[in-house]
Design a protein around this ligand. Structure first.
Ligand code: NCD
Length: 319
C-alpha cells in the first residue's frame, strides 16, 4: 500500500473505498506471513505497541498482541479493569501516563462510545479503536470483509443479513458502514426491541423475520445476544429467542445454498446459533479469527509505516 492518509483508526466512518481496499489487500499479504513457519517480520521493529483494555477481551486483545509481535513491535498489554481505574484514575490520566512512555500505537477498548476518539486528541501516538461501547469496532468489520472477500471474490452487490442483537452491537454498526461503502446490500434481522432507532437511515433494510431476511442472502452474520448490556427485558426468554431468531438448519435454508455463516464471537451456542451450524460446513467462524490477526497487522502497518515515511496528514481523521 503506497499511502494511507490517516493517523488513527477510530472507526469505519471516515474511510473511503480506496482506504478499505488498500487495507484488505495488505491483509491478504499478512495472511501469507501468518501461514509461514517463520512468522516474524521487522516491519515495526523498534516500535512500541500498548494494548489498553478497559473491558475484558480474550480474542481481540490476543489478536492485536500477535499482530504486533508478528510485525516485530514490542507489545505491552494493560488490562485496566482491575488496576488504577479502581483507584479512581480516569481514562485520560491512564492514557497520559502511558503516553509519557513513548508508545507508537495505543490500541484501546473501552465501554464508552467515543473513548478512543477522546484519547486520540490527547496522546501523541496513533490510536486504534478496538471497540468503544456500542459505537464502533472497525477491525472487526475489516476482518469480516476480508473473510467475505476471500470466499466470494468481492463485496459489491452481495447480500449480507446481520441478525440478532443489533441494538447493542458495535460490530453491526461498523459492518453496516463498511459494507455500504463497498457497495454490498445490507439487511438487519431482529425483533423491534433489538434494533436501534435510525437503523434504516444507516443504510440497512429492516426485517423482523429470519425467513424473509435471510432469503437469497450470500452471508448470514449472527450477533451475540449481549445480555450484559441489557438493562430491561429485551427478549421474553432465551428459548423463545432461539425459536424465532436463533440460526438453525431450517432457517439457514432460506439463504443461498453457499451462504457463509459468520459470528464475531464469543458465541452463545443454543441462543443465537445452533451448535451444528456453528460447526457446520458453511461456517467461516474460524477463518474470521485467522483474518483478525492479518487485518490488525495490516492496520498497524498502514498507520505506522506511512506515518514514519512522512507526508502524513497529522490531524488524522475523526479528530
Ligand atoms: C465483539 C465485541 O466485543 O464487540 N466481540 C469481539 O470483538 N470479539 C462482539 C461481542 O462481544 O459480541
Amino acid at each position: 500500500m503506497d499511502f494511507f492518509p490517516h493517523r488513527h483508526l477510530l472507526g469505519i466512518k471516515g474511510l473511503n473505498e480506496r482506504d478499505i481496499t488498500g487495507l484488505l489487500d495488505l491483509a491478504d499479504e499478512a495472511v501469507k506471513i501468518s501461514r509461514q513457519r517463520e512468522k516474524k517480520t521487522s516491519t515495526l521493529r523498534g516500535l512500541t505497541q500498548i494494548n489498553l483494555f478497559f473491558e475484558a477481551s480474550t480474542r481481540t486483545q490476543s489478536s492485536f498482541e500477535l499482530a504486533g509481535k508478528r510485525l516485530g513491535a514490542d507489545v505491552m498489554n494493560m488490562s485496566v479493569g482491575n488496576s488504577s481505574v479502581k483507584k479512581g484514575e480516569t481514562l485520560i490520566d491512564t492514557a497520559m501516563t502511558l503516553n509519557a512512555m513513548h508508545p507508537d500505537v495505543l490500541v484501546v477498548r473501552h465501554s464508552s462510545a467515543g473513548a478512543a476518539a477522546l484519547l486520540a486528541q490527547k496522546v501523541s501516538c496513533s490510536v486504534i479503536n478496538a471497540g468503544d461501547g456500542q459505537h464502533e469496532h472497525p477491525t472487526q468489520a475489516l476482518l469480516d470483509a476480508l473473510t467475505i472477500r476471500r470466499a466470494k471474490g468481492k463485496l459489491s452487490r452481495i447480500i449480507v443479513a446481520i441478525c440478532g442483537d443489533v441494538l447493542h452491537s458495535r460490530v453491526a454498526r461498523s459492518n453496516i458502514l463498511l459494507l455500504n461503502q463497498m457497495g454490498a446490500r445490507v439487511r438487519v434481522v431482529a425483533p423491534a426491541t433489538l434494533l436501534p432507532s435510525g437503523i434504516a437511515e444507516m443504510g440497512a433494510e429492516v426485517y423482523h423475520s429470519m425467513e424473509e431476511g435471510l432469503k437469497d442472502a450470500d452471508v448470514v452474520m449472527m450477533l451475540r445476544l449481549q445480555r450484559e448490556r441489557m438493562a430491561g427485558a429485551f427478549v421474553p426468554s432465551v428459548r423463545e429467542y432461539f425459536r424465532y431468531y436463533g440460526l438453525d438448519a431450517e432457517k439457514l435454508k432460506a439463504a443461498k445454498e453457499d451462504a457463509l455463516v459468520m459470528h464475531p464471537g464469543p458465541m452463545n451456542r443454543g441462543v443465537e446459533i445452533a451448535s451444528e451450524i456453528a460447526d457446520g460446513p458453511q461456517s467461516v467462524i474460524e477463518q474470521q479469527v485467522e483474518m483478525g490477526v492479518a487485518v490488525r497487522m495490516a492496520v498497524m502497518e498502514a498507520l505506522l509505516v506511512s506515518q514514519h515515511q512522512g507526508g502524513l496528514n497529522n490531524q488524522g481523521y475523526g479528530a
